[in-house]
Design a protein around this ligand. Structure first.
Ligand code: AAT
Length: 292
């Protein structure tokens, strides 16, 4: 009924919860990996929830998917091969498909049921799978990268859930090492990196693992996503040794792309100004990251 409210509370943000008014439960089920819930909210459109944590809403998904895709892809010239880790909803694929230089997109999502459910309830994201450059692998991305050929990718985008459950390995040093190995010299990684308000230690550990692993540059960026815990989410951008990458000044600006999208959809959030601005950190976060 219209009076239902969804709260989410989790040991990752003890005592904090955010609520959304539920119009209608659309899907509820359990996969081998997680609890999956989709509901129609009163104010944010359809919402995907995994293990009690909001993964995306139709209203604010643009802020996350556009940033996690274009921050790395606009930082290198002419990206050709891209790997997406997680991202079973298709939203990141949709954004990558704006880049006409891209020839090949691998996606490794662990949970087939997430993909099937998003096909039904999130058509504006799932459309990303319609791009003929996409090749889907259903499996654990940590395993996938251990077996990936060396120097295979220009960019790796880690669009994974929080590091409890199947995504735990994806924030650890051995995973970053396999990612660096799978990137060509001067290739880039962009990984979901939690909230600077909630996860200082986790972010510090990720930054320190990445500084040891990636010999190019390592930078933290962030964006506003109202339905994520604390309302912000960060990204860790790293480049391997090779042609230097200046993450702050996009060498491949989105405004100059011809927009290879085979369906019509305007960018709602990302532009070159917000790209540069995303790397500007509040003083407390700057201090915490420089202490690593
Ligand atoms: N596009 C925004 C939504 C997500 S979904 C993250 C996806 O990562 C989920 O579909 C989950 O099944 C998948 N995943 C988790 N672990 C693995 C793994 N080891 N290998 C492959 N895929 C995996 C992210 C939102 C971020 C929310 C922040 N609070």
């Amino acid at each position: 009924g219209a009076n239902k409210v969804l709260y989410y509370n989790n040991p990752m943000w003890p005592g904090e919860a955010h609520s959304l008014k539920v119009e209608k439960i659309l899907y509820q089920g359990r996969s081998e990996f997680q609890e999956i819930l989709v509901f129609e909210s009163s104010t944010y459109g359809n919402v995907l929830v995994l293990d009690g944590i909001v993964q995306l809403t139709e209203k604010d998904e643009c802020a996350y998917q556009e940033m996690i895709a274009h921050l790395p892809l606009c930082s290198i010239s002419s990206p050709k091969t891209v790997l997406v880790v997680g991202g079973g909803d298709g939203g990141v694929l949709r954004e990558i498909s704006r880049h006409s230089s891209v020839e090949h997109i691998d996606i490794c999502e662990i949970d087939k049921l997430v993909i099937d459910v998003c096909k039904e309830f999130f058509p504006d994201l799932y459309i990303g799978f319609a791009d003929p450059r996409v090749r889907l692998c259903v499996g654990d991305a940590a395993e996938f990268l251990r077996n990936a050929p060396e120097a295979m990718y220009d960019a790796i985008i880690v669009d994974s859930s929080d590091p409890v459950g199947p995504a735990q390995e994806l924030v650890e040093k051995p995973f970053f090492e396999t990612a660096a190995r799978a990137l060509r010299p001067g290739g880039v990684l962009c990984s979901m990196a939690e909230s600077m308000w909630l996860h200082t230690h986790l972010i510090q550990d990720m930054v320190s693992a990445c500084r040891e692993t990636f010999k190019g540059s390592v930078r933290y960026a962030w964006t506003s996503v109202p339905t994520y815990p604390s309302g912000v989410i960060g990204f860790l951008l790293c480049s391997t040794e090779g042609p230097p990458v200046d993450f702050l000044n996009p060498i491949n600006p989105i405004e100059k792309l011809d927009g290879a999208l085979h369906f019509k959809r305007e960018l709602r959030f990302y532009n070159s100004e917000i790209h540069t601005a995303a790397f500007t950190l509040p003083s407390f976060a700057k201090k915490e990251l420089s202490a690593v």
